[in-house]
Design a protein around this ligand. Structure first.
Ligand code: SF4
Length: 116
């Protein structure tokens, strides 16, 4: 676990700190200047509960992409059970998560031999 003091040190040295964010299906490579979750100017951590789809600080593994697809499938299943306006919103969100997973698949790189 990274303490705020340690995070501030890493931010000063490298300009980024990694935070696991399984609820958003990603690892956040937090860079304050490019964060879409609107962190305070001196923040040493992202506002993970305000994580925004499409943020350039997001890094996904194959497991994150698979979890995002499964989440999209659950949203589609819910969409079939609710009134159309809400269902349409759920399907839209599902398609965005599916799009992120597809983008990961297209851009994914295989780990070099010896690291797997
Ligand atoms: S929007 Fe999400 S990925 Fe981007 S900095 Fe904030 S928590 Fe990290």
């Amino acid at each position: 676990m990274t303490t705020p003091k340690a995070a501030a040190k890493f931010l000063a040295r490298d300009g980024l700190v990694l935070f696991d964010n399984p609820d958003s299906f990603l690892i956040c490579a937090f860079k304050r200047d490019t964060a879409l979750c609107d962190p305070d100017s001196g923040a040493t951590a992202p506002n993970q509960f305000a994580c925004q789809l499409g943020c350039g600080n997001a890094v996904r593994t194959d497991s994150h992409a698979q979890a995002a697809r499964e989440h999209a499938d659950r949203l589609d299943a819910k969409a079939a059970l609710v009134p159309q306006p809400l269902g349409d919103r759920l399907r839209l969100t599902a398609n965005r998560f599916r799009g992120l997973a597809d983008a990961h698949t297209v851009a994914a790189h295989t780990a070099p031999e010896g690291l797997t």
